[in-house]
Design a protein around this ligand. Sequence first.
Ligand code: FES
Length: 168
Amino acid sequence: MSKKVSRRKFLTYMLGGTAGFLGAGLLFPMVRFAVDPVLKKGGKVEFVDVNLPVSEITETPRAVEFKIFRKDGWYQSEDGETMTAWVMKDPRQELGIVAFSPICKHLGCTVDWESNPQFKNEFFCPCHFGRYTKDGINVPGTPPTAPLDKYELQVKDGRLLIGPIAQA
Ligand code: FES
């Protein structure tokens, strides 16, 4: 039993297939760019010396800025991207230090330490009044539904190195 495909159907399939192929070609780089490898858990990111002796890290969260230089195929960023981490002592962590990402887990605004005088000893997100405890845990009843991400850390020659976001 042979099935004949009409000329109209054949052209429809051909055009649909070509459009799909071209669409996928355009979409893939956009999606890839949007899903930044730096922010992806376990992404391939070099550890960066943030010029901070571990002896200077205290129990009070401190905003530490550092630059990362991403290489994406043939493209190498020259100026680097400035990142921030909230760094503090935490004896429960492997290195006795913790570094939180400042990216709010609600809609991605930037959290700050004790920036709202009403909420002492907490990280605060001004966008929708998101709150996190000093441990980076989201306060129930506020918009964020997950704790702040943590960076992977290393210590070399007494200085702190910050890497990618740690796997949960
Ligand atoms: S983005 Fe932080 S509370 Fe909404």
